[in-house]
Design a protein around this ligand. Structure first.
Ligand SMILES: C[S@@+](CC[C@H](N)C(=O)[O-])C[C@H]1O[C@@H](n2cnc3c(N)ncnc32)[C@H](O)[C@@H]1O
Length: 259
């Protein structure tokens, strides 16, 4: 991996990826939605595959991941992994049935180059990302840490992905109240978990924020939980089992014509 930008990216997850596997286990309901989206693809390339979450166990998988810290957390029986970046895939044209990219495009140095590479090597692309405008309405962002929304507006998320690719379908992924995968929206009905610094360490949205703002927001959340204010304010949240926070599974078949 000789590209200096790629190395910088890899270093980012070498820091924020420590302890990732402890909090970021695949959620079975999201895994089932991904499996369905992969259709009859037999060979899968997992791009930005991290510690191996969502690599489908009954298909032929090869993973690609830049961060050594993430690679080192892959289970012993995980599929083979190549250290590299989406922008330069070391694979031949059209050699893979489906490329899978879960919560990773927003980290790529050049998302268009990465998406072009996915489309070059695979027939179908399955990408989990989110709509930041919808996510900005999530109570954590809207009422405690709006800085998350300010950063996310600049990331390569849903619009960037759907603009670049020839989209077949965009499927909502409601987040279960007991979601096993601790990404930013996962604890919407378990607010106390956001107070855990180790849980926050596994969520890149917090790493982008000013630590002083995060500390202030967490103090407010702690107070609101202790006083019952949070429970009163978000009474409706306790009555639902899954919530649409804007996470979307994009299925595509190559690049959009103008790309
Ligand atoms: C939030 S993690 C998601 C990991 C995994 N897909 C999952 O769902 O647990 C984002 C991953 O993208 C990787 N990444 C960052 N820049 C990348 C790039 N340019 N190409 C491929 N992967 C990249 C990070 O190293 C990290 O493992």
């Amino acid at each position: 991996m000789s590209n200096p930008d790629a190395v910088t990216r890899a270093r980012r997850y070498d820091t924020i990826g420590r302890g990732y596997a402890r909090f970021r286990q695949p959620d079975p309901r999201i895994a089932a939605a991904i499996d369905e989206a992969l259709g009859d693809a037999a060979s899968i390339l997992g791009v930005g595959s991290g510690t191996g979450s969502y690599e489908p166990p009954h298909r032929r998988v090869v993973a690609l991941e830049p961060s050594r810290t993430m690679i080192d957390q892959r289970p012993d029986d995980a599929p083979p992994v190549v250290q590299g970046v989406a922008e330069h895939l070391p694979f031949r044209d059209a050699c893979i049935d489906a490329a899978l990219a879960v919560l990773t495009t927003h980290h790529w140095r050049d998302h268009l180059a990465g998406l072009r590479e996915l489309a070059r090597v695979s027939e179908r692309q399955v990408i989990l990302t989110w709509d930041p405008k919808m996510f900005a309405r999530f109570w954590l962002v809207a009422d405690y840490l709006p800085e998350i929304a300010a950063h996310e507006a600049r990331l390569a998320t849903l619009d960037a992905v759907t603009d670049a690719l020839e989209v077949i379908d965009v499927r909502p992924i409601p987040i279960p109240a007991d979601c096993a995968d601790g990404f930013c929206g996962a604890y919407w009905r378990r607010p106390a978990i956001y107070l855990d610094a180790d849980a926050r360490q596994a969520i890149s949205a917090f790493a982008r924020c000013d630590p002083t703002n995060v500390a202030r927001a967490m103090r407010r959340l702690d107070d609101d939980l202790a006083s019952g204010r949070w429970a009163r304010r978000y009474r409706r949240v306790a009555t639902i089992d899954a919530l649409d926070l804007g996470y979307r599974l994009v299925i595509s078949q190559g690049l959009a014509p103008r790309r």
